[in-house]
Each structure stands twice: as C-alpha cells, then as structure tokens.
Design a protein around this ligand. Structure first.
Ligand code: MG
Ligand code: MG
Length: 260
C-alpha cells in the first residue's frame, strides 16, 4: 500500500530530511585521514539528539548504530567501527532521522583527502544519476522511469548498478512502498502520484554489479572488491517537478572547493 502524503506531512518529512543534511555536514567536518568511523557515528547521534530527534537507523531491525558507513568496496549498510579512514578512501555515509513522527533519509559519498580520477568519476556520475532519477519523479510517470534514467547514465559511463538493494517510500516508516530500483524500463512499474514521498538512492559500482552480503548480517561489498558509491535524497513527487526534501547544501558548504 502506497501512502500519499498531505502537504503538512510533506513539510514534516522535509524537516526530518533537512536535519539529516545538517547531520551529514557535521560528519563531513570530521572526515579526514586518521579518524575512525565510530567517531563519525557518535557525532551524528549527538547532533541528532541535540536537535530533538531520534536516530532513524539505530535499532532498526537490530542495526547497532546511527549511521551506515561503507568504505571503498563496501556498498551500503556498513557498521561503524574502529577502522581509521586513510588518504584515498571513499566513504559513504547514510543517515536517517525520526522527528515529529516522520522519517528523513539521505546519503552522501565523501572523498578522504585526494582520491584517484577513476574514483572521482565514480562519485560524480553516481551523484548525477541521482538527480537524473529525481527529474523523472513527476505525477503520471512510473517508477521504472526513475530506474531507467539512473541505469542509463551509469552504464553509459561504464559503471554498474546494484540490483539487490533499492530505494523506497518514506513516511511514518523508514521503508514504505513502493520499492524504487535503480534500474528498469521506461513506462513500467507503479505509477507515480503527487504526494508520494520516496528515497531515490543509486548504489553504483566501478566494476561488476555483483555484491556479497557479509556475515555480520548488514554490510555488503562488491564481489570484485572495486569501489562503490551511494548518494540518496528523500523527495516528494510533484505535479510538474519533484520537490527535493533532503539537501546536500550543508555538506557541500563544508566541502567547499573540494565538492566533486
Ligand atoms: Mg539511506
Ligand atoms: Mg534509503
């Protein structure tokens, strides 16, 4: 069942989603060689609670932390740890918050210091594919139009799109219907309606699209151990254009001229 949101509900989801953006910016301030990923997680939890909200992932199906932090060949759902980031790493940080009864969900992949040109391209194309997917989130189109746009852009840049994990509706629950795959065919899948709120989240690999589910029950990594990137926005489907409820503006203010 797909829940259509009222304008009031969309504003509450916007508030939660913008808080995710601000949290990711606090994390961005700490990302540098030598910092461990658990330190990032602690800062995020503290910031979310200081803003009268609840970490959305902590305890979700038993997930142990506030952030999913996935480094290099890890795709998504990585668990924060004592791993110290090093120059040349890429680190995907995924965050959810619950405030006023509604979730927000957004993710950004960061470069740690200088990264290779190949990895810069992975980050740039993945972020571009997110915005191309968002462009399709208009009343009357189909979920497949979003996936097609994402897949087309990534594959035409010789990158591959993960199939096993997908985007989703967002609202009173972190994960609602419909599923929003990052691949698909134009004109197929559930019809998009004004008032639907969904998270679009391309997970894009440098090599094979194949992924491995690790024994911790959460972490996923690429089968060939090449790097993977992940960007995510929570958006509301609009009559003529999508309304992006989360934001990278705070993060990119922190990154300044280092934005890829
Ligand atoms: Mg997320
Ligand atoms: Mg999500």
């Amino acid at each position: 069942m797909i829940f259509l949101k009222t304008n009031e509900e969309i504003e509450l989801i916007r508030e939660s989603s913008r808080l995710v953006g601000k949290t990711l910016a606090e994390v961005a301030k700490l990302i540098q060689p030598g910092v461990n990923t658990l330190t990032l997680d602690k800062r995020a939890e503290e910031f979310i609670r200081d803003n009268n909200a609840i970490p959305g992932f902590l305890g979700y199906s038993g997930f142990p932390n506030t952030l999913c932090i996935s480094v290099n060949s890890q795709v998504v759902h990585g668990i924060p740890s004592n791993y110290e980031l090093k120059e040349g790493d890429i680190v995907s940080v995924d965050c959810g918050v619950l405030k006023n009864g509604f979730f927000g969900d957004s993710a950004y992949t960061f470069a740690v210091g200088e990264i290779s040109e190949e990895h810069k391209k992975l980050l740039r194309v993945t972020k571009e594919s997110l915005y191309l997917g968002i462009k399709q989130a208009v009343d009357g189109k189909r979920v497949g139009d979003i996936g097609f746009a994402v897949q087309q852009h990534c594959e035409s840049n010789n990158l591959s799109v993960v199939r096993e994990l997908v985007g989703h509706g967002v609202g009173r629950n972190l994960h609602e219907s419909p599923e929003v795959p990052n691949y698909g065919k134009r004109g197929q899948g559930p019809k998009l309606r004004k008032g639907m709120v969904i998270a679009i989240e391309p997970m894009v690999n440098l090599g094979t699209r194949q992924i491995i589910f690790e024994r911790d029950g959460w972490t996923t990594h690429t089968k060939d151990h090449k790097y993977s990137a992940h960007f995510e926005h929570t958006i509301a489907v609009g009559a003529t254009e999508a309304d992006i409820l989360s934001t990278f503006e705070y993060v990119e203010e922190v990154l300044g001229e280092n934005v890829i």
